[in-house]
Design a protein around this ligand. Structure first.
Ligand SMILES: C[S@@+](CC[C@H](N)C(=O)[O-])C[C@H]1O[C@@H](n2cnc3c(N)ncnc32)[C@H](O)[C@@H]1O
Length: 218
């Protein structure tokens, strides 16, 4: 398969027509799915933000047949890939792509709320902090009481990086765009949760110094 560079992706993704293949998703999807199935609802609607290639959507929706999965991304190339993955998956419980930019006040899916879950994988450190703010504001608005927000990615904890490789990754993100960077779970993210009626339920250590982080709407 030919390689194509992708502007927001920090990796070279192979493609087959519109369908993109993410090497990092191939590495992390099974570990994410194991935790996700354990901690997230098994019915109702789950909204995926920054779905990228669409591979996580297929992998997770196929594991949760009782869930209605909606995949969104603001990037047109990503949406074309998501559409192709959805079409090829044949999954009846997976829909999209939705053109959702979390920095906008309206996400265009309000009529489908309340959601049982919102999920965003590897997004908030590869976007300005306004994206994290918008994500929490939207989750606070659109989640049902008891609904959950699931984040996956690298986080620093109480102001300290959890590994030298994450510190180097943070520096490389900031060199690319000074508005990007590894977020601090306690310093940056916990206040956003509190402002929007969400409570940190669990932070699960994942391979390669990442975390799965679960918030619940009270
Ligand atoms: C590094 S990619 C991760 C994609 C996928 N979740 C994965 O793990 O392979 C980050 C994604 O977040 C999306 N994104 C960036 N800013 C966003 C925003 N303001 N609202 C929603 N999604 C955004 C990008 O378009 C991109 O597809």
């Amino acid at each position: 398969m030919p390689k194509t560079p992708k502007e927001t992706a920090l990796e070279n993704r192979a493609h087959d027509g519109a369908k993109l293949f993410s090497p990092s998703t191939e590495r992390n999807r099974d570990a994410i799915r194991e935790v996700f199935v354990d901690v997230m609802p098994h019915d109702g609607r789950i909204l995926e933000i920054g779905a990228g290639t669409g591979e996580h959507a297929v992998h997770l929706a196929s594991a949760l047949p009782g869930v209605e999965w909606l995949a969104g991304d603001p990037d047109e190339t990503a949406r074309a890939s998501i559409a192709a993955w959805i079409a090829d998956s044949g999954l009846a419980n997976l829909s999209g792509p939705h053109a959702i930019d979390v920095t906008q006040d309206a996400w265009g899916v309000e009529e489908l709320a309340p959601f049982a879950g919102v999920v965003s994988i590897n997004m908030i450190h590869i976007a300005p902090f306004a994206a994290a703010k918008g994500l929490f504001a939207g989750a606070g608005r659109l989640l049902a009481p008891g609904g959950k927000l699931f984040l996956y990615g690298p986080f620093s904890r109480n102001g300290a990086h959890t590994a030298p490789s994450n510190e180097a990754f943070d520096a490389s993100l900031k060199a690319r765009d000074p508005r990007w960077g590894v977020r601090d779970l306690e310093g940056d993210i916990a206040p956003l949760a509190q402002e929007n009626g969400l409570r940190l339920e669990k932070a699960v250590e994942m391979p390669a110094n990442n975390f799965s982080v679960v918030f619940v709407k009270d």
